[in-house]
Design a protein around this ligand. Sequence first.
Ligand code: PEP
Ligand code: CO
Length: 500
Amino acid sequence: MGGASQAKQADKASSDETASTPAANGSMPGPSGAPLAPLAAWTPDSWRSRPAAHMPAYPDAARLESALRELASLPPLVTSWEIERLKALLAGAQRGERFVLQGGDCAESLDECTSEAIASKLKILLQMSLVLVHGIRTPVVRIGRFAGQYAKPRSSPTETRVVDGASVTLPSYFGDQVNRAAFAPESRTPDPGLMVLAHQRAALTLNFVRSLIDAGFADLHHPEYWDLSFFSHASLTPERRGEYEAMARTLADALKFMEALGEKAVDDLQRVEFFTSHEGLNLLAEQAVTRTVPRRPGHYNLSTHMPWIGERTRALDGAHVEYFRGIANPIGVKIGATASGGEVIDLVRLLNPAREAGKVVLITRFGAGKAAAGLAPLLAQVHGAAGDAGPAGIGPVLWMCDPMHANGLTTPAGVKTRSFDAILAELHETIDAHGAAGTRLGGVHFELTGEDVTECIGGASGVTEDTLHVNYASACDPRLNYAQSLELAFLLAGRLAGRG
Ligand code: PEP
Ligand code: CO
């Protein structure tokens, strides 16, 4: 979105959701890559015959049916043109011509669909992307982790607490698309109406993002736009402060220079494109927004540009992989430290049988310490299959790093947090592993917010274990705040440019 002509075009979604999908059928690969039994034909609901992890249990079948009917009748949030455009940009990233920045909340909240929250998230992502563009001299593809990030996997389907001396067990909180966080039966019972409400809130979010971008919000060359004042009062070493100040100065000079060159050059900076993503977890909702479009083959998930499969739902024979293998969108897949190279190769083969460029994005999240030892062999093995033009080949993949999800920790006081240093360490280890394997880190995935929250510890912002309580606002995982996000962008840009 953002590209004016694309944003003005609209898909006319066909009501025929049962049309068969070319190139979606294949065979379930075995560990060796050899095909096993042929897969049944893909349809938007073929996932229902597979074991589905982390799916909500809706108690009222009639209400569920009616909510899904309503969701399926609502207009989509994105178009197939935008989705294909992102795929083309991701293909460029696979060739090393672009770098991807993906970020946003762990879980969006239906109640916090406010102009301030949306604008500040967009602003920090735009600023980080500009720091990266400037540092690595490579165009950055921006993908928000928002406008639909409302469903969360949970380690247990139920949660037990002691209430008034009695032990009470209720369904876990699965995100605002499914149920509500308050520990009460009426909040925790999965409510199908929330799928419709979440779609509407995602539409409001996206509408505001599109308007801001169209109105020139992304015009980043004004110095007042940059709030770097926190660097001056942060407890930084003189070297690091000097490095930041020098980068900020050259960035400002570069922008002024481009401005001096005339409208056209500045215009290129102003006209940014922005894409959305969310974890495709609740397959009932994802199916309802899966549509065919006129004049393009296949099915698109038209609620987001790039849905991703989470670490907990990437089982080869599971419902999520079955659903994702049939949609035409680019697909993200989280890859944790327990994954083997063979498993990843099988996954890619299943998800991208046509070996389409720009289609598969592998997001590693090994954890600081683990990425150093375990990642390089996996990268090398998958790289071998990606480069193989023969029958065992899997086509190109894009490697990204999510340094958040394997670096969670709980303080002695019981607060969930993440350390800035561990996040940075995983990024360094991951870049080292790519160097060793002959592959390239093509993007990063962060949980962040543009607000001044105190959820992660460390970095120049100076949040410590003792100050986590000051503004801890996340209903889910701890996010990097504005200062931590920007500092990380500076450090990452420096490292990728060979200065870190
Ligand atoms: C997430 O991205 O919020 C998430 C749950 O990540 P992962 O699937 O990698 O654990
Ligand atoms: Co999270």
